[in-house]
Design a protein around this ligand. Structure first.
Ligand code: PEP
Ligand code: MN
Length: 337
C-alpha cells in the first residue's frame, strides 16, 4: 500500500503516519519529491485494511500496490530516481552514454578509448576486468590488474568507470575501484550477489537476463533496493528468442513499459543485442526514441584484434558517427546529449 500525503504535511504528521503503519508490523519507506511525499508500506497489507487512513492528519490518498515489486514501483516514488555517475546523473534530460571495450585488455588501449569516446560525448567508460564467458576456455579478464588500469584511466580522463562484478567474493575489491558496478545478464538472478551489492554504497547497473521477464528484472532490482541501495539502473540488452535477425532480440517495448512501471532509470545496450556492429547505431537510435535514459556501447581501437566481442565493437570513427546521428534523435524526443 502507498499513502500519498497532503502537500503541506508536517514532519510530525509524517512521523505519526509511519508509526501507525509500523505498529502493524510493516516497514515504511519515505520518498520525498518537490510536489508530493509518498509513504510506502512494505509487508502484509491486509492488516491495514480496516484503518480509516483518510481520517489521519496529512493523508491525501491511499492506494494498494498489486505488483510484487514495491520499492522499484513507480507509484512508490515521489519522482523519478536519478543515479549519480561521476559529475553527471542518469535519469535526467540528458541521454547518458557510457562506452568502452568489452574487456580491459591493456592500459594503452583503454586510455586511447577513453580519450576518443570522451571527446565524442561519452560521460562514462565501460570495460570488464572480470568477464563472464560462455566457454571456460575464453579470456576471463585481467582481474584486479584490469581494475587498476580502469582507475588509472579514470584519473587521466575524468570519466567514471562502469565495470562488472561476477561474484560476492569480489564485492569489496570491485567497489574499491568502480564508480558503477555492473551485474551481467547471466547473474541477474544471482540472489546472493544482488543482496551483497545492495549493501554497497555504489550505484548498480543491472542487466536483464537473457530469458528474464520484466517482472523478473524488477524483482531482481528489488533485492538490491531492499538492502538499502536505491541507486539501481536497469539495462535492456536483448533476450533470446527464435528470431535469427541478430545475436539477441532487442526488446524495444521493454523500455517504455519499464518507464511506466518503475521510477528507476532505464538504459539500453545495443551492442550485446546486436552482436554485429552495423546494427548498433540503429538499435541505439530506436532505444533513445523509445525513452531510454542512456546507452552502453562497446568501442574498441581495433575491433579485429579484440579479445572479446570484436564483432559488435565499434571503431572510434563509427562511434563518432553514432554520436552525431544520435543528437537529432535525442532532440526529437525532448532530450539532449
Ligand atoms: C558485457 O557488458 O560485456 C556483458 C558481458 O554483457 P551481458 O551481461 O549483457 O552479456
Ligand atoms: Mn561484451
Amino acid at each position: 500500500m502507498i499513502i500519498i500525503t497532503k502537500h503541506d504535511v508536517t514532519d510530525e504528521e509524517l512521523d505519526h503516519i509511519r508509526e501507525r503503519v509500523e505498529a502493524f508490523g510493516l516497514q515504511t519507506h519515505l520518498s520525498r519529491g518537490k510536489h508530493r511525499t509518498v509513504v510506502g508500506c512494505i509487508g502484509d497489507e491486509e492488516v491495514l485494511a480496516g484503518v480509516p487512513w483518510l481520517s489521519i492528519p496529512g493523508v491525501e490518498a491511499v492506494h494498494t500496490v498489486m505488483k510484487p515489486y514495491k520499492l522499484a514501483n513507480l507509484q512508490f516514488a515521489a519522482e523519478p530516481t536519478r543515479v549519480p555517475l561521476g559529475d553527471t546523473t542518469i535519469g535526467d534530460t540528458a541521454v547518458t552514454v557510457v562506452a568502452g571495450p568489452c574487456s580491459v585488455e591493456g592500459l594503452d588501449m583503454l586510455a586511447e578509448t577513453a580519450r576518443r569516446v570522451g571527446k565524442a560525448g561519452a560521460v562514462g567508460l565501460r570495460g570488464g576486468a572480470f568477464k563472464p564467458r560462455s566457454s571456460p576456455y575464453s579470456f576471463g579478464g585481467l582481474g584486479e590488474e584490469g581494475l587498476k588500469m580502469l582507475a588509472e584511466v579514470r584519473s587521466q580522463s575524468g570519466l567514471p568507470i562502469v565495470t562488472e562484478i561476477m561474484d560476492t567474493r569480489q564485492a569489496d575489491l570491485v567497489a574499491e575501484y568502480a564508480d558503477v558496478l555492473q551485474i551481467g545478464a547471466r547473474n541477474m538472478q544471482n540472489f546472493s550477489l544482488l543482496t551483497e551489492v545492495g549493501r554497497l554504497q555504489r550505484p548498480i547497473l543491472l542487466k536483464r537476463g537473457m530469458s528474464a521477464t520484466l517482472e523478473d528484472l524488477l524483482l531482481a532490482a528489488e533485492y538490491i533496493m531492499k538492502q538499502g541501495n536505491e541507486n539501481v539502473i536497469l539495462c535492456e540488452r536483448g533476450i533470446r528468442t527464435f528470431s535469427d535477425a541478430a545475436r539477441n532480440t532487442f526488446d524495444l517495448a521493454a523500455i517504455p513499459v519499464l518507464k511506466k512501471e518503475t521510477h528507476l532509470p532505464v538504459i539500453a545496450d545495443p551492442s550485446h543485442a546486436a552482436g554485429r556492429r552495423d546494427l548498433v547505431a540503429p538499435l541505439a537510435y530506436a532505444a533513445v526514441a523509445a525513452g531510454a535514459d542512456g546507452l552502453l556501447i562497446e568501442v574498441h581501437p581495433e575491433p579485429e584484434q579484440a579479445v572479446s566481442d570484436g564483432d559488435q565493437s565499434l571503431t572510434f570513427d563509427e562511434f563518432d558517427a553514432l554520436m552525431a546521428g544520435l543528437e537529432p534523435v535525442a532532440a526529437a524526443v525532448g532530450r539532449t546529449l
